[in-house]
Design a binder for this molecule. Structure first.
Ligand SMILES: *Cc1c(COP(=O)(O)O)cnc(C)c1O
Length: 354
């Protein structure tokens, strides 16, 4: 029945998110959600927000949320854009800042939504291979381009570039927009937000889905100089005036303002990640360095698809990508201490039976 579809839409292949399931007893380590609940202050704020005011439209400018972001990063409000998840922020950035005659550059191994936006908006792109160790080499981005998009830390590898590399990338590409997707930055990488004052071509995108435990609320934001933010506001104003509902505006601001809770939960996740790394290495996995809330690991003998299926049979979901270069790997989100222990026990059972 695609004859009713608009022509450009018929051939699109949408992004495929990791499986969502409410099955009881399932240990869900496949979509990099935070295993800890959001700050209790978020829940209180959301309960208070469930009132008659819901008949009114929310603040189209999300000013209270922007103020919370401004306090956190010590920025003026005109350097902040907010959206319905960082996926929406990214989509607006692709359309508003990255559609040019020259192709934009993307790492070949990175967040697989980037090429989907390119296809949707008719943006030309070229992929730049990551090196043998699956690391982004910024020297490989010294070629004419219409923009550059990288995730730092990268997904699904977990590897982080130091800020000196981001600075070099910005200096070598002063004529194009460099978008740095920092979805995982809070788990141990250096943020490029501090460079936005200096570089008029830098846009940094962050999300509350991972380190703030709010994947279900759908809030992301971008930071850059006002001339870049204005392009995003322009796209937003042509698309949806109220992308953040009343709950999203209020809950996100409450989460950003509870710094102690954030520090405690991220610290626990980093500690569990390093514990899990040691256990996986002991089970004969090669585990890439990670500055995120997940590990990317391959077993010395057993394939990625096989281990993914064996874990699924034991009610543990991890992510496997059937893609060139990475199909031997599993991407494992760091869970609670108990979930990590259950994963290790399951792997011991699976690997012991080979
Ligand atoms: C999870 C993720 C996002 C999307 O986050 P949302 O804010 O939930 O839309 C963006 N980029 C990367 C690299 C991610 O892993």
């Amino acid at each position: 029945m695609k004859e009713f579809w608009s022509e450009g839409i018929r051939s699109l292949a949408p992004y495929v998110p990791g499986e969502q399931s409410n099955a009881p007893d399932l240990i869900k380590l496949n979509t990099n959600e935070n295993p800890y609940p959001p700050s209790p202050r978020v829940i209180v704020a959301l309960r208070q927000a469930a009132d008659d005011a819901l008949r009114l439209y929310p603040d189209p400018d999300s000013l209270e949320l922007k103020r919370a972001i401004a306090e956190l990063h010590d920025l003026p409000l005109d350097r902040i854009f907010v959206g319905n998840g960082s996926d929406e922020v990214l989509a607006h950035a692709f359309l508003g800042l990255l559609k040019h005659p020259r192709p934009i550059l993307l790492p070949d191994i990175s967040y697989s939504f980037y090429p989907v936006y390119c296809a949707l908006y008719g943006i030309d792109y070229a992929t730049v291979p990551v090196d043998e160790a699956l690391r982004i080499r910024i020297a490989d981005y010294r070629q004419p381009n219409g923009g550059i998009v990288i995730a730092n830390p990268n997904a699904p590898t977990g590897a982080a570039l130091p800020l000196t590399d981001i600075r070099a990338l910005l200096e070598a590409n002063s004529g194009s927009v460099v978008l740095v997707d920092e979805a995982y930055v809070d788990f141990g990488a250096e943020s490029a937000v501090a460079l936005t004052a200096e570089f008029p071509n830098l846009l940094v995108v962050q999300t509350l889905s991972k380190s703030r435990s709010l994947a279900g609320l759908r809030v992301g934001f971008a930071i850059g100089q006002p001339h870049l933010i204005a392009a995003l506001e322009c796209v937003k104003g042509c698309f949806n005036s109220y992308p953040l509902d009343r709950f999203a505006n209020i809950g996100a601001a409450a989460a950003l303002r509870d710094r102690d809770y954030f520090d405690e939960t991220t610290r626990r996740i980093v500690a569990s990640r390093e514990w899990l790394r040691g256990e996986l290495v002991a089970l004969d996995f090669d585990v890439l360095p990670s500055a995120t809330n997940f590990l990317f690991a391959r077993h010395a003998q057993r394939g990625g698809a096989e281990l993914h299926a064996a874990l699924r049979a034991r009610n543990i979901l991890v992510r496997h990508f059937a893609k060139p270069r990475i199909d031997r790997y599993l991407r494992i989100s760091v869970g609670t201490e108990a979930q990590c222990e259950a994963l290790v026990a399951a792997l011991r059972g699976i690997l012991g039976s080979c």
